[in-house]
Ligand binder design. Structure first.
Ligand SMILES: NC(=O)c1ccc[n+]([C@@H]2O[C@H](COP(=O)([O-])OP(=O)(O)OC[C@H]3O[C@@H](n4cnc5c(N)ncnc54)[C@H](OP(=O)(O)O)[C@@H]3O)[C@@H](O)[C@H]2O)c1
Length: 306
């Protein structure tokens, strides 16, 4: 997996096609998608054109997508993946992830009330995983993994699966550093991918907490960036990469796409790495509280097993 990829959540219709094309032309080889981002058709058009124009070959790209919460039933996984493949105009994915360990009832797209959800007792992850394993067996995806899984949920999955999860995609940034998760994943051959590396500031207002800290205003990050003539984003992306974690910053802006990709050539010193380690607030920007509804099965505590 190329260590730096392009995030596509919130990349709007009309913007995402240009962003993906520009990204591939700039040198990106890894695109992070999901059915729920509602933009896979446009991404597919951009990928197809890049291949047809000889800018890139399919085998040089790494395309990830994610199973939405309403398709966790064992027999629902392959149809959901086939829809994603059709939208992306691809024969196979490089990686397919269970987006959240939060199953919905099949017809529910956006769960607002308790009765929209299924508990993990009603729809166990082990059942969803059997569908994911079938997808590998059928050649529809090369690798399978998970997203937003706690160490405990990963442990359960690793001990109850034939094909082990290749990846856990979770939030990682200087304010939420995830040392224990990194240690666990390194010890168990699970590769970590960092989402919201730059603090996901373009999230909808309803997903933002009160008085959120602003990563881009952090004094230590700004001092390091100023000293090195780099941007704060580049410092953050280099720090994540140097911890052996892949990272998928989202941008639809050509200059920012370029500077984010250029971060792969930045080397931070041990001293720089230690300075950034010191600014951890152990605070998620995307805390999963949007899955909490009165009388529903999910809470922030049982989601993250904290
Ligand atoms: N598995 C999951 O549950 C999950 C959850 C969240 C995210 N993700 C994935 O991870 C990706 C990244 O996370 P994210 O989109 O939430 O947030 P992010 O990448 O942390 O932040 C995106 C924001 O940063 C801006 N930005 C990008 N590069 C910049 C730069 N060099 N300088 C200043 N601002 C910059 C973007 O604006 P412009 O576009 O205008 O440049 C956008 O407003 C997503 O797109 C998605 O693919 C997965």
């Amino acid at each position: 997996m190329p260590i730096l990829g392009l995030g596509t959540w919130k990349s709007k219709k009309g913007e995402v096609y240009t962003a993906v094309k520009e990204a591939i032309k700039t040198g990106y080889r890894h695109i992070d998608c999901a059915a729920i981002y509602m933009n896979e058709k446009e991404i597919g058009n951009a990928i197809k054109e890049c291949i047809e124009e000889g800018i890139v070959k399919r085998e040089d790209l790494w395309i990830t997508s994610k199973l939405w919460n309403n398709s966790h039933a064992k027999d629902a996984v392959i149809p959901a993946l086939k829809k994603t493949l059709s939208d992306l105009q691809l024969d196979y994915l490089d990686l397919y992830l269970i987006h959240w360990p939060i199953p919905f009832k099949p017809q529910v797209f956006s769960a607002m009330r308790a009765e929209h959800y299924l508990s993990l007792e009603e729809m166990p992850i082990s059942e969803t995983w059997q569908g994911m394993e079938s997808a590998v067996e059928q050649g529809l995806t090369r690798n399978i993994g998970v997203s937003n899984f706690s160490i405990k949920k990963l442990e359960d999955l690793i001990s109850n699966s034939t094909i082990k999860p290749a990846v856990n995609q979770v939030e990682i940034n200087p304010y939420f550093q995830q040392d224990a998760m990194l240690e666990f994943c390194n010890a168990n051959n699970v590769y970590l991918t960092a989402y919201a590396p730059l603090g996901s500031s373009d999230r909808p207002a309803g997903m933002k907490g009160k008085d959120e800290p602003v990563l881009f205003e952090d004094p230590i990050l700004n001092e390091l960036a100023g000293k090195k003539g780099l941007s704060v984003a580049q410092i953050i992306l280099a720090w994540i990469r140097q911890r052996g974690i892949s990272v998928i910053p989202k941008s639809v802006n050509p200059d920012r796409l370029k500077q984010n990709l250029e971060s792969v050539n930045i080397e931070l010193s041990d001293e720089d790495m230690a300075l950034i380690k010191g600014i951890n607030k152990n605070r998620r920007f995307i805390d999963g509280s949007f899955w909490e509804v009165p009388g529903g099965p999910y809470t922030v505590q049982n989601l993250w097993d904290e």
